[in-house]
Design a binder for this molecule. Sequence first.
Ligand code: NAD
Ligand code: LMR
Length: 328
Amino acid sequence: MSTTPLKVAVTGAAGQIGYSLLFRLASGALTADRPIELRLLEITPALKALEGVVMELDDCAFPGLAGIEIGDDAEKIFDGVNLALLVGARPRGPGMERSDLLSANGAIFTAQGKALNAVAADDVRIGVTGNPANTNALIAMKNAPDIPAERFSALTRLDHNRAISQLAAKTGAAVTDITQMTIWGNHSATQYPDLFHAEVAGKNAAETVGDQDWLENTFIPTVAKRGAAIIDARGSSSAASAASATIDAAHDWLYGSAENDWVSMAVVSHGEYGVPEGIISSFPVTTSGGDWSIVEGLEIDDFSRGKIDATTNELVEERAAVTELGLI
Ligand code: NAD
Ligand code: LMR
């Protein structure tokens, strides 16, 4: 057990996801055995609201919360951080696709990538939740040339958790019986939640379900369009579930994924599974000691190949769009 606090930056800390995330971080959901210091970044007009959130954090008297710093200067807030959770960005509204946010949000990640490059701790890990998450992570990565590319990841754990929940409901299994779920590609409506490699109580999930029509026409669109369904129902985008997934992803990255299982993380491609090199795409990964590695050797049939190609083509197009905008 380390008594040195883990320094965790959260951007967009006064936002909806922030309001769920900060209390769970402070209560030990990420680092049960180690104190945490929170570094909270906001834009200037939101600092007053953030002060209110800090009052509430104080009022919880969390034993593991070693300190809180807030501010609107990324270089001050990111100084020495071990983990940066980049949440702050505009959410989409009804009728928008996440890629519609590229020009509005992309610039945030150039500045934050540069600031992390200048001042973060040598062991920093950077998780991007703000949308469009994969391409924002690419922008931050490209603007932080001194930080290894493998330290950047975008959140597809929410999609992964959604897929587990839908499969559990369909099969009557417990969520803990479902393993080896994979989200491939982009955190967007083109993502590919893969049941051909997932297992339900140790048996192949696609065979257990035995219903290709459900898999293609219910399961995949339900998971891929869940964000839009929540926006439609709640009037604003998912927040508590996104915060929970952000913690799940960071926890497994820092402390390791479960044995005989894997998780979905969007990480830089080195060409694995024919995914174009250099984009940040979701893969099945195992994690250990703060590092991830892509699960290799899975057989990809024609159906999966088409789905993986479609979602990764979209990421290539997003990369071209942010190149055009001069963000990378
Ligand atoms: P929100 O509007 O409630 O909060 C966003 C916060 O970010 C605001 O407080 C805003 O002031 C702040 N912000 C804006 N620019 C900033 C900057 N340059 N530096 C620091 N802070 C800044 O939105 P939310 O509901 O918390 O969602 C945040 C982002 O997360 C959105 O882009 C949303 O689409 C995305 N999201 C991603 C996932 C995922 O699974 N990857 C899930 C849900 C939401
Ligand atoms: C989600 O998946 O819930 C988020 O990315 C929000 C959105 O725009 O769908």
